[in-house]
Design a binder for this molecule. Structure first.
Ligand SMILES: [Zn+2]
Length: 552
């Protein structure tokens, strides 16, 4: 058999032995052989293209295990408000308003609630720069919004508006007036102060994400869809149109979120329809149910076994009663779906594991690969149970570091003991738990896979310091490369076609500027993605700095 293309270079295959090869041959977009240079030469024909990558390393395409792809919309339509002081945030908002005159509401994102102290952000800071136009800014973790007076007025939020279930409108202790900080499920009350966003905007957002992802070597991505604004049908339609127009280049696997207040029967009917519509499709499938188990530590909403170390000394927010969760997870497994849990606190992780156990005991089968992501406050006994149940750990290496602010920001919530032992990696690895990695984009910007690789191996963020956080949890570069490649493909049910460079698989690969398996590990983060290929075709080329739009 002759090949269309033969790739020569140093190749990390991510096969079961982590073999290094000298080349692989491609025909019809598939890998037909992998091995030594001499072995590959035998696939040469008169029209075979020979491509030599002299330096660096070739790896399989990467998987993004959890990114809010459609929410890239926030980066396209509103200001990124990520200043490290209130004044800088105000300036970012003011600049955007000046550049985009008019009266339409503005939706931005990115602020850090920690900037504002225990009371949280206040509407007055936005009112000072823009009093007459509704403005809403999502926090970087997407668990709350900071709004101005006009936005509260448009959404008719007053001191008499009660908190919805699992949501909180922060109110001034003296006057009872809303302060402009709206948390968790209460965000959904703000729909009337939203700019109009439709299918076209979401298509642009998905394509923008795709461009970013390809430039970091990502060829498969999981979208845990989350729309506070009931935009789910517009987002689904955007995916549907892009798929029909053959503009989806990555393989996307999409979840719908089953919130506690939703009727599970109605929810599963909707997911069943989407699942059927795209079943057998390459680039797009709806195959997962997302469960929101809790909130975040600095919002005091992560659900903990032991109370927070600050008032009101409670254990945070429990979104689901265990029995109800068990029932809903069982429904997911019965229908053949994967589940994906957002769980930050240890009590939330307990609940997720319990539900997986209950459902797996009830439903027949042995390949469930339920997934838990974030996994911030976790313990050895939980890792043991995850290993036993085959739960996939979708970790966020981008967050596994500390800065000078770590002590003042984290200790008051959790105390030293808990705060210094979070975010396992090695503890999962040594138990044989399959780990996939995720940026939670746009929580992490940019979603640079080489930062992720660096932080799995080193546990520090090279952009801040070189002091490792909980260094016992570091893993080897080979294991970390597997997390990015074959394990990620496993999370997305794609491992039979993707995730390693082996005969029969799609010719998806990434060319790294440095051989990360042999350079000093403190230099991993300096690695650049030079090229990304999907199905044997170049879809990102750093030299051209463009993403080729047609691989259809
Ligand atoms: Zn997320």
């Amino acid at each position: 058999m002759t090949a269309d293309k033969i790739i020569y270079g140093k190749i990390f295959t991510a096969d079961k032995d982590n073999s290094i090869a000298e080349g692989f041959a491609i025909s019809g977009g598939k890998i037909i052989a992998v091995g030594s240079k001499e072995q590959m030469d035998s696939y040469k024909g008169p029209s075979t293209k020979l491509i030599k990558y002299d330096a660096g390393l070739i790896t399989p395409g990467f998987t993004e295990g959890h990114a809010h792809i459609s929410q890239t919309i926030e980066l396209l339509i509103g200001p990124l408000v990520n200043g490290n002081s209130i004044e800088k945030c105000q300036k970012q908002i003011a600049d955007f308003v000046k550049k985009h005159p008019g009266t339409t509401p503005i939706l931005g994102s990115g602020f850090d609630p920690g900037l504002f102290g225990p009371a949280g952000p206040d509407k007055k800071y936005i009112d000072e720069v823009c009093p007459d136009r509704a403005i809403m800014i999502l926090d970087s973790g997407h668990h709350s919004v900071w709004v101005n007076s006009k936005a509260l007025e448009m959404s008719e939020i007053t001191k008499d508006t009660p908190d919805p279930d699992k949501g909180h409108i922060v109110k001034d202790e003296a006057t009872g007036e809303p302060t402009g900080f709206v948390q968790e499920q209460a965000v959904m009350l703000m729909t009337k102060s939203m700019p109009e966003i439709g299918v076209k905007e979401y298509k642009d957002a998905i394509l923008e994400y795709q461009k970013i992802a390809l430039s970091y070597g990502v060829t498969n991505a999981f979208e845990p869809m989350l729309s506070y604004w009931n935009h789910e049908s517009a987002i689904c339609e955007a995916y549907r149109q892009l798929e029909a127009e053959k503009r989806l280049q990555l393989s996307y696997r999409v979840a719908l979120t089953l919130f506690p207040y939703m009727d599970p029967k109605v929810f599963y009917d909707k997911l069943d329809d989407l699942h059927r519509e795209f079943s057998g499709h390459d680039k797009l499938q709806f195959n997962t149910v997302k469960f929101f188990m809790d909130g975040v530590v600095d919002g005091h909403t992560a659900f903990l076994r032991e109370p927070y170390k600050m008032p009101p000394y409670d254990c945070g927010t429990q979104n689901y009663e265990q029995e109800e969760l068990d029932r809903r997870v069982t429904m997911a497994l019965e229908r053949g779906y994967r589940t994906h849990f957002h769980a930050i606190g240890d009590a939330a992780i307990d609940e997720a594991i319990n539900a997986c156990e209950a459902a797996q005991n009830y439903v027949e089968g042995d390949d469930f690969r339920n997934q838990i992501t974030h996994l911030q406050v976790c313990h050895e006994d939980q890792a043991d149970r995850m290993a036993e149940l085959g739960i996939v750990a979708v970790v966020n290496p981008y967050w596994h570091y500390k800065t000078d602010l770590y002590e003042p920001l984290e200790y008051p919530f959790l105390g030293k003991e808990r705060a210094e032992h979070m975010y396992y990696l090695g503890s999962y690895q040594k138990r044989g738990i399959i780990m996939s990695q995720a940026s939670d984009f746009s929580v992490t910007i940019p979603p640079d896979t080489m930062d992720s690789l660096h932080m799995m191996v080193n546990r520090y963020d090279p952009h801040y310091s070189d002091e490792a956080y909980f260094p016992e949890e570091c893993i080897s570069v080979e294991d970390a490369l597997r997390v990015l490649t074959i394990n990620g493909a496993y999370e997305l049910d794609l491992e039979s076609r993707k995730g390693s460079i082996e005969p029969g698989k799609d010719a998806d690969f990434v060319w790294l500027s440095q051989d990360v398996t042999s350079i000093p590990k403190m230099n991993i983060w300096k690695t650049k993605i030079l090229e990304t290929d999907i199905g044997g075709k170049v879809v990102f080329d750093r030299n051209e700095e463009t993403v080729l739009d047609d691989i259809a």
